[in-house]
Design a protein. Sequence first.
Length: 365
Amino acid sequence: MRTRCRGSWWSGSRPSCPCGSGRPRRTAARRGWGSDVTGAGRTAVPVTIGAPRPAPEAMPGGPSGRRGDPLVDTFGRVHRDLRISLTDRCSLRCTYCMPAEGMAWLAAPSILSADEIVRVARVCAQDGITTFRLTGGEPLLRPDLVDLVARLSALRGPSGDPVQVAMTTNGIRLGAVLDQLVAAGLHRLNISLDTLRPDRFHALTRRDRLDDVLEGIAAAAASPLRPLKLNAVAMRGVNDDELVDLVEFAVAHGAQMRFIEQMPLDAGHTWDRGRMVTRDEMLAALAERWTLTPLPGRGGAPAETFLLDGGPDRVGVIAAVTAPFCGACDRLRLTADGQLRSCLFATSELDLRSVLRDQPGLDGL
């Protein structure tokens, strides 16, 4: 099936961080991405979205709707990954993510409690979700984070297999709590790092916290969490001259660098197609330093992975704009205020918070 993937600006909370954080935002309602991705009129990227939904009797686990059945969408994609935004607040003010003055933060009562998050996760685990990725905002700002990781890591799938708990963070405050998170059951970690230069970091994030981020990365490198991944949004004229340096830094810390095409998700509507460094441009820059060998078997992962000079070191590229991976995407997103979304650019969402608070058991979910 051929379809067209269009963006939308939301008047409610929405994820809007291309680093994987999925920060819920309150933005002015605006249709369209506001810039041309393809170079031919209104922003629209043609993508192939899976296949038509199979007949109920052909779906793994039987017809949809029973506890333990897999989560299969109308395009036949089986969802295995749930991104859980723990808060909309962040300790940085990245220029590609939010305006300098910050956002109208969600009121505390509207944020899902730890009990509510675990209730959703328990149902999802029984329906085939195998990975819970904790995002924000900045998940380290959540005071009950360690307890929440422990409760999520204790969940089991329908066959008794344990789930995986991962986290995407900006790294600030990570060093202070990482040992507790590992002991609680955290399995994997992604850390955002767009630049190694203090002046650029301050210009990009409007905060002077690069040393804190590097301290968090050092703590993660010394931990047992593997694979450790570092995420960078590549921006023309901003950090595109640091791609090789960032990869070398990641390799030195036992991590995999992943470069992300800048997506039109900023709450200030400042995205410019001309500033986006494309996948092909990233690979061309890296190929001047290393021989890149693509790894097969990407599955539902957002990143293409390449061996550096035959391995074992690797680099990843997430080309969400020029080479969308929608057809194999297996991710769902739960916003901090309890809205379930199938995509960053979804035009609809399911209000799970109301169900959670109206029906204390699991049947409503």
